[in-house]
Every structure is written in C-alpha cells, then in structure tokens.
Design a protein around this ligand. Structure first.
Ligand code: PRX
Length: 637
C-alpha cells in the first residue's frame, strides 16, 4: 500500500522519483495491488510517440464496472455510492448504495443487450445530471459498448455531428431537463438531430420532467418499463486492457470536434490513483465535483475515479444560482461534503455575490478544495481559500485535459505546499517539459515555454475516433517524441508550474473549451456575413469572453446591426449551443491579414482588449489600413 496514499512532500518526491526512473515497475505495482483483473497483463507498457502508439497493461482482461461496483459489494454494499441532489431543493435527495447501483447498472445493461447493443457498439448518452446518466455510462461499460456522452447543453446540430462521427446506433436521453427555473426540451433536440443521423435505430427515453413528448414509433422507447422487466444481474463482458471504454468530443482550433478515445485498463488505474491521492479521499468522506458528466472531469472524477475507490460521490442536477446563490453551500452543509471540486468561473461568479451566502451555512466539513478547467486568478484563489476553506482546506489547482484523461499537474492535498495560481508539481509518473519555439527543451527553473509531456502515462487518449492522422498531427508533430498540450506554462524557482493559457486558437470560456473555427463557421453561414474572426478577451467571471469581428457582404450593409447581432448569436446557439454565444460583435470593413491571407488574430486580440499601444509591425500586412479603421470603430462604441 505504500505507494497508494502519499502523505507528505518527501514521500511525494520519493514516489515520484521511483515512478519516473522505472515507470513499468511502478505502475505494475499499483495495478497489481489495487484492482480486480480477470487476467494479468503480459506487458506493462509499449510505446512509440512517432506513430503514435501507446499500450498499457496489454494482455490484461477486466471489466471496469467490476472494479467500480462489484468488488465493493462485499465490503461496502450498503455504503452510499452516489448522492443525487436534484435541481429543486424541495425534491428529496437520493442515496444510492453500491448494492443498489449494482442492481440498477445490471438492469440497464440487460436492457441495452435486449435492444441489440453489443460489445464495441457506440452509444450516445445525452442526459441531464440525473442518476441515469452515471448508470447509463456504467451499463455501457458493463456490456463493452463504447459510450459517447454529449453534454446536454449542446445544440441539435452539434449533437448530430457527434452522433454521426461515432456512428452511434443508440441514443439515451430524457423527456426534458430541469435547469434552475427553466425546463429544457431535450427530447425535442434529439428529434431534430436525428433527422440527420441514419445510424441510430433506438432511442431510450428517461422520464424526468413528465412532459408529453412525441415518441417515434419503432425507434423511441420509454426506459422505465424496460428496466422493470429486466434482471438485476448481468455478467460483465470481459474486456481487453486496450479496448475502447469511451469517446469524448473536445473542440480543436480547426475542423470538427475531435472524438478522443480512452481505453479501459490504463484509464481506470490512473483515474483511481489520482483521485485517491490528489483529494486524499478517506473511507467515510463525501466527495463532490460540480462538473457535468458531459465533460471529462465528470467522467474521471464523478464516475470512474471515485467509484473505483468505493467513494461516495455527489451528483448535482442544478446550477449554483438556483433558487439562491447559496445553493452550493447549502449542499455542502446538507451532505457534509469533505472534498469540493469546482471551476474557477464558478468561484468568480459566487465571489461576486458576496460572502453573506456563505455565512448562512456550516462549511466545517470541508477538508480539501479543488479547481479545474482554466487558470485561476489570484483574487479568486484567495477568496476560495479565505471564505470557503477558511484557510484550513488546501486548494488543489489541477491541470489536465480531455486528452490526458486524468489530473497531470497538481498539488497533493496536505503534502504539497500550495501557491496561488500555480498547479504546482507533476503528478506521480508525469514527465512535463517546457519547450521553446525552435523545439528545444528548456531546462532549469524560472523559465517559460510550451508545455509538453515526454513520457506516456496510463490514461492518455490513444487516438481520435476515425482519424489517427489528426491525432498524430495535433499532438505529436509539433515537437519530436513529445505530446504537445497546446498550453503555455512557466516553471518557478522551486520547479512549480503555472499554466499561462492556450497557445493555439482554442479559447476557454467559463471553463469550456471553444475552438474559434467552428464558431466562425457558424457565423459565416449567415447570408449577410462575408467573413469573421473570433478572439478571447479577459472577463472577470468567465475568464475569457468571446469577441467577434464580422465583415458584411454588400447585401448586409444596410441592415439593422442589432438585429444582425441577434441573428448571428442565434445561429451559433443552433450550431453549437448557448455556451459559444459572442459577448461582443463588432462589424468592420475588413480583417487584418498577412500577405498569405491569414487573419492576424494577435492584432485583433489586442484591439478587442483595448490594448493598442503596442501592436507590433503592421506594415507588412496585406491591408494595414483596416487596423486603424477597426481601432476607431471599437473605440467609438
Ligand atoms: O488550457 C488548459 C485548461 O483547460 C484545457 C483543457 O480543457 P478540457 O479538455 O476541456 O479539460 C478541462 C478539464 C480537465 C487545458 O489545455 N486547464 C485545465 N485545467 C487547468 C487549465 N488551465 C489552467 N489551470 C488549470 N488547473
């Protein structure tokens, strides 16, 4: 057990050294001691970043749900696995024990089988944060189907793209969802999407809001009556270590979303090991991550990591502002939450509402606080530390990505001294490198560069679904023999890392990754639009806000600009979802371009942020005169 729970900094360094000097021996020991295998591996690791190909625990056989559920039945059968806190605080919270979870997952797995889903098939899950979401994911894993969860805030068109890309044969959804004071017609969105998806033959529908919806005969089926008839036992499908477990889409700077493929054994080992250590989870603790299971944070640190450790994990259906801005704190008090993991954007939004919301509640159960998804600014860090953790709960600022599957750079609670805005040290087994523009590694401390990872780790994505070449080009072609993260980082005098943000055209808004290209494509579909460019500008709650520069065709020039703005945002909502709406739309007569026709976003970013004192040399542009024009039009607003 010595390697499993790291308790102080010295131990961290010892274990870290071991993990990088002899990774195979290290991970073999972790895998051997803490998981249930149907068959052990032949080879711990084989890898070649030039292909790229990475395999962990090859030859091993297992089912991840046996690790997440079955093996706890003997020791923790009556322990709560999932606490479900509904959107409406007047609706009772549900406590689902490991035994009940086992039965519900088995029933669901039987339904999936009866409906013709088998090992390797793709199933799209488009559900709100209700227990059925976690259960559906686990049921897929139990039968060996590959789940592709799509965040239920995405539009029908974004959903259709993802369903088609993975050629899913089934969609699991609900009649609707509750979100604060609103209800959302999820099934209507699915119906719209499926007009474009020939691959789907079955839609399973959870009744969540009791609404009268259209059910397409032969295709749509209510889930409840099927579950009622199903057996509560299901022998898990035995999977190979490298069989895909799930696909999860993430935005790239160009092109369509990338379906990141995560495989079974390595993902399980790494998410479980990081969960236990980063949050220092103990047997009686109640852990709450406020993310949605539609994102990687929810996959790894609401479902798989916690359940693999036999933890109690909270699932919250609602939003932090409903019915009041004290909802998070009310839940912490109600369920005596010990570890609380959220996004900087939520912290900033709550900080804005003042501390009176916090003062109404007893937060003394909190032992560890976490953040994820974007850089946390110093002010928000201190607000979190002072008011939520009362300076007693360490903040783990965890840096990682959809692609990395698990937490990569992070403090280990109670072991690593924290430092505001720093994700601090690489997790066990992780070998980061900072690289300068010419591709050379920058050694030593007090330096900055592009963040890469030099050595494989168990939970890294293995490919992009259906497009291995894109996987290679995006992550392994910038620097030889390195995984390139797309982020910039600096290393301080003691070797702590601070993530400085994306160095590509991905903008993180409220913790959500948004590629500029898909948003620009949506805008350009407007008949009056000739061209557009999106940049991010600093925003005190969202981290970044989207600022769009749009040039109109002649036909659009006489049109009312406010109406055009509304129409453009409507198009973005339809194509991607409301999260990608622009805060500001500036119409211009042209966009600054290089002589080869590339839009100079660097200049636009400065103009949008009102930082025009040093625009650099613009004389080499194709159209330097538009820069002055744009500056004027923005300043006149
Ligand atoms: O830019 C980094 C930022 O979020 C990106 C990954 O986004 P996504 O794949 O959606 O996964 C988010 C949840 C793991 C990264 O490339 N990011 C994530 N965590 C941090 C962060 N930036 C700074 N500090 C963090 N703790």
């Amino acid at each position: 057990m010595s390697n499993y729970h790291i308790k102080h900094l010295e131990e961290y360094y010892q274990v870290y050294r071991k993990s990088v000097r002899n990774p195979e021996v290290f991970w073999e020991e972790i895998a051997e001691e803490h998981f249930l295998w149907r068959k052990k591996w032949d080879t711990v690791l084989s890898w070649d970043f030039s292909k790229p190909e990475v395999k962990w625990f090859e030859g091993a056989q297992l089912n991840i749900t046996e690790n997440c559920i079955d093996r706890h039945l003997y020791t923790r059968g009556d322990k709560t696995a999932i606490i479900f806190e509904p959107n409406n605080p007047k609706e009772e919270a549900l406590h689902i024990t490991y035994k009940q979870l086992h039965e519900r997952v088995c029933k669901f797995a039987n339904v999936l089988k009866q409906q013709g889903v088998s090992k390797g098939d793709r199933v799209c899950v488009y559900l709100p944060m209700i227990p059925e979401l976690a259960i559906a994911v686990l049921a897929c894993a139990r039968i060996g189907a590959i789940h592709s969860v799509v965040f239920a805030g995405f539009s029908s068109s974004a959903l259709a793209t993802r369903i088609n890309d993975a050629s899913c044969k089934m969609v699991i959804t609900s009649d609707g969802s509750f979100r604060g004071a609103k209800t959302i017609d999820l099934k209507g969105i699915v119906d719209e999407a499926l007009k474009e998806c020939e691959c789907v033959d079955t839609v399973l529908v959870v009744n969540r809001i009791n609404s009268d919806i259209h059910m397409e005969s032969g295709r749509d089926k209510w889930l409840a009556p099927l579950l009622e008839k199903a057996s509560g036992n299901f022998k898990p499908e035995i999977m190979n270590a490298e069989d895909p477990l799930f696909i999860l889409y993430t935005s790239g700077s160009t092109g369509k979303p990338k379906g990141m493929v995560h495989t079974t054994a390595g993902y399980m080992v790494y998410t479980a090991y990081t969960f236990k250590n980063v949050f220092q989870y103990r047997e009686q603790d109640v852990y709450w991550c406020t993310a949605d299971i539609g994102w990687i944070t929810g996959h790894s640190y609401i479902v798989y990591g916690p359940l693999c450790n036999g933890a109690t994990t909270v699932m919250f259906e609602g939003v932090p502002s409903y019915p009041e801005f004290d909802r998070f704190w009310e839940i912490v008090e109600k369920h005596k939450v010990n570890q609380f993991y959220t996004a900087p954007t939520a912290i900033r939004a709550l900080a804005k509402e003042g501390v009176t919301h916090l003062e109404k509640h007893d937060l003394s159960s909190l032992k560890v606080l976490g953040t994820v998804g974007e850089p946390i600014n110093e002010e928000a860090w201190h607000w979190y530390d002072d008011n939520v953790g009362k300076r007693k709960a360490p903040i783990v600022d965890t840096w990682w990505q959809t692609e990395t599957g698990g937490i990569m750079i992070t403090p280990i609670a109670f072991a690593t001294p924290t430092k505001p805005t720093y994700a601090t040290l690489p997790f066990i087994g992780i070998q980061p490198a900072l690289i300068c523009e010419n591709g050379k590694e920058i050694k030593g401390n007090q330096v900055d560069g592009r963040l890469c990872i030099k050595f494989p780790w168990p939970s890294m994505a293995r490919t992009i679904w259906g497009n291995h070449e894109r996987y290679r080009d995006t992550y392994f072609s910038a620097y030889k023999n390195m995984y390139f993260t797309g982020d910039g980082a600096l290393r301080d005098e003691v070797g702590y890392y601070r993530i400085t943000g994306r160095v590509d055209d991905v903008i993180i808004v409220s913790g959500h990754n948004l590629g500029t290209a898909p948003i620009e494509d949506a805008i350009n579909e407007h008949p009056a639009v000739a061209e557009s460019a999106i940049v991010g500008v600093p925003h005190d709650v969202k981290g970044n806000a989207l600022f769009g520069f749009v040039t109109l065709k002649e036909t659009g020039e006489g049109r009312n600009q406010d109406n055009l703005r509304k129409e453009i945002n409507q198009l973005i909502t339809e194509q991607i979802g409301p999260i990608a709406k622009l805060d500001t739309i500036q119409f211009t007569n042209g966009l600054p371009k290089t002589r080869s026709g590339k839009i100079m976003r660097r200049i636009l970013r400065k103009i949008a942020s009102n930082d025009v004192s040093n625009l650099g040399d613009i004389s080499t542009l194709l159209n330097p005169e538009v820069v002055e024009e744009i500056i004027k039009s923005v300043q006149f607003k």
